[in-house]
Ligand binder design. Structure first.
Ligand code: BES
Ligand code: ZN
Length: 457
């Protein structure tokens, strides 16, 4: 890589951190309508970054939150990379558990704490700064570069597929790049080749037409909270197996080779447990912790609501009970297939006297991307340059819906290059991003443009 690029990165490290803090101060929470204005402000801010470095940038409206698109395609003969990231963040709740406020980025112990620090503002920003470094020193990029930065990833990328479908020509590329995943551990960078999919639901139960005195009516009127718990419990058995009929029919099993490779990774179970404050782990029988998280489907309750939640006791038989829950899926399971079987399963278990409604939210299939490609080889070299170490190849358990869309609509595979760590507290209080990893990510990205630029298309 040109020395001037590396030098630019070193000289501007503090400025990059300051700029990231500006973006982190914008509470762009996509799930909450009160933040609509903040979402737009974040989109404008991101577009401004591209314009400041001389790239064409556009804010593209959708029926939901806007998409930022930017490109600079002045490297004839070189490949085209499409970088995807998201400027929206998860809700910061519960607020009282944050040591410093979620939208007041704060440095502690070499980390930057804020909602979105790693997921995904900080990671996404590494690719913006690396492009800037090339443009401000060499004056041009060694590759054709396109950026698609959306504002609805954390709510299921609802309007992204339509945008991609309508803008196929504009988004045409040879490879996609996403940094929204993690390293295997501190100092051990990874290239992720598989992600789980998701299917998200809400179940609403209605019993009596108002809350009742549980002494006067309890035992004679069906309690929707009792019914909800029973219905949800039926979803997964004691062996960790999802009980909805047909759920496992299309699951691609783990290969022996993958099981061996996962087992060979330097994983310390005691450390894993202590990092999340649990004494025991549990899950589907006959699978290891890594296999369960990366390559096995599962079901988790994400939220439960019913009855009295305030201080002290209240003897109430609640009128309503509801739950949000989601299934993590693995390759070959179709998220669209689940709802009908789930609805039947729940209806069969819904007691008389309760009416139920099942709402389907977002879905995305699980993905596995091929590793035998010149783009992956180029990425390995770039990671070696940025992190000083060869990456390991891993799968992960989270979901990034656009990966399968890129494959299906653009016909391209994605490089999942994550700079995060498993203890970054994504979706939790005190989310953080290690600042050294932020800078290593920028350096890797700067090298990536050169390495990918050399690939013969
Ligand atoms: N960055 C995550 C995805 C991720 C997390 C990948 C951990 C690998 C490891 C992303 O922003 C995310 O949280 N996605 C959602 C998608 C959902 C809302 C459709 C998820 O996985 O819950
Ligand atoms: Zn993310």
């Amino acid at each position: 890589m040109p020395a001037a690029v590396d030098q630019y990165l070193a000289e501007n490290a503090a400025a990059f951190e300051e700029q990231l803090c500006q973006l982190l101060r914008i509470p762009s929470v996509s799930a909450q309508s009160t933040h609509k204005g903040d979402i737009r402000a974040a989109a404008e801010w991101v577009a401004g970054q591209f314009r400041d470095m001389g790239m064409k940038a556009e804010i593209c409206e959708t029926p939901g939150h806007p998409i930022v698109y930017a490109e600079l395609c002045q490297a004839p003969g070189a490949p085209t990379a499409l970088v995807y990231g998201h400027y929206d963040v998860q809700p910061p709740d519960p607020l009282d558990l944050w040591e410093t406020p979620p939208f007041e980025p704060t440095r502690r112990n070499g980390n930057l704490y804020a909602r979105g620090a790693t997921d995904d503002k900080g990671q996404m920003f590494t690719h913006v700064k690396s492009a800037e470094a090339w443009l401000k020193t060499v004056g041009k990029l060694p590759i054709n570069l396109k950026f698609l930065i959306e504002g609805e990833e954390e709510v299921g990328s609802e309007h992204l597929d339509d945008y991609i479908r309508l803008n196929r020509e504009r988004l045409k590329c040879d490879v996609c790049v996403i940094s929204d995943t993690s390293q295997f551990g501190p100092g051990l960078p990874a290239i992720t080749y598989g992600l789980r999919g998701i299917s998200y639901f809400e179940l609403k139960l209605q019993g009596p037409d108002r809350d009742l005195h549980s002494g006067v009516f309890g035992g004679a009127v069906v309690n929707p909270a009792n019914a909800l718990v029973k219905m949800l419990t039926a979803l997964v058995d004691d062996q960790g197996r999802v009980q909805v009929p047909g759920f496992y029919d299309d699951v691609t099993p783990l290969t022996e080779r993958e099981r061996k490779e996962f087992a060979a990774l330097p994983y310390d179970e005691a450390e894993f447990k202590s990092a999340i404050g649990v004494k025991e782990l549990n899950g589907e029988a006959d699978f290891t912790n890594i296999e369960r998280r990366w390559a096995r489907p599962t079901c988790d309750i994400n939220g439960l609501t019913s009855g009295y939640q305030g201080e002290g006791a209240k003897t109430v038989l609640p009128a309503k009970a509801s739950a949000k829950f989601s299934f993590r899926l693995v390759p070959n399971q179709d998220p669209a297939n689940l709802k009908a079987a789930l609805e039947t399963f729940l209806k069969e278990r819904c007691p008389a006297g309760i009416t139920m409604e099942l709402i389907g939210y977002h879905g995305a299939p699980g993905v596995v991307v091929p590793l035998e490609s010149p783009y992956v080889a180029a990425a390995v070299k770039a990671v070696e340059h940025g992190f000083g170490r060869r990456p390991v190849f891993i799968r992960e358990g989270g979901s990034i819906p656009v990966v399968s869309t890129f494959h299906d609509l653009l016909g391209v595979d994605t490089l999942l290059l994550g700079w995060g760590l498993n203890d970054d507290n994504t979706h939790s209080p005190n989310e953080k991003f290690c600042l050294a990893d932020f800078h290593r990510g920028i350096k890797t990205s700067a090298a990536l443009w050169e390495e990918l630029g050399r690939v013969k298309t």
